[in-house]
Ligand binder design. Sequence first.
Ligand code: E4P
Length: 216
Amino acid sequence: MKFFVDSADLNAIAELADIGLVDGVTTNPSIIAKSGRDFKEVVKDICKLTEGHVSAEVVAMNADQMVEEGRILRKIADNVCVKLPLTMDGLKACNVLSREGTPTNVTLCFSANQALLAAKCGATYISPFIGRLDDLSLDGMELIEDIHTIYDNYGFETEILAASIRNANHVKECALVGADVMTAPPNVIKALSNHALTDKGLAAFMKDWEKTGQSI
Ligand code: E4P
């Protein structure tokens, strides 16, 4: 499973990239607003931190303008992936941009039928939002499984990018149901390494090692 970082925090992305945990990055208008930086400049900076796709979202509501914005965003760097909302206009823009060879990420997906439409329009990625479904007591993992089955049934190449990941359990469940990619905030990715027994075991090993008086 590929790991994307759901953030525009350059330091946090760089830190995870140094460890080898960054296969790409996702942003959305809320993440960009939180960065307080110029959209195109921050996307350009993020694109230097990874060779993987960096999703940058259009903000137009109609297809023609989305295509125009997508073409502008695409020029920022070779690894920009144009993110489009799952509306009829977003799907139409996805179809145009995909045919031009632009990587696309169709976002705000909450149903299997929406995912089917995105695949038919040539999306590189479909982004089902797990956490926001959980917020409504709905089952995000069941959605990922359904999309997986539908894409397998017809050989669609669109990758399932599990988004709105809020905790370590979401990551494990996405891996178990075979999501191609998951995108999560840096703190969630970092928390994956935590286990109380690892800390306890390491402390005991270090204490015993000190007793040997040796060094490596
Ligand atoms: C990423 O592509 C999504 O925009 C993001 O994961 C949404 O996360 P949220 O539901 O926590 O805002």
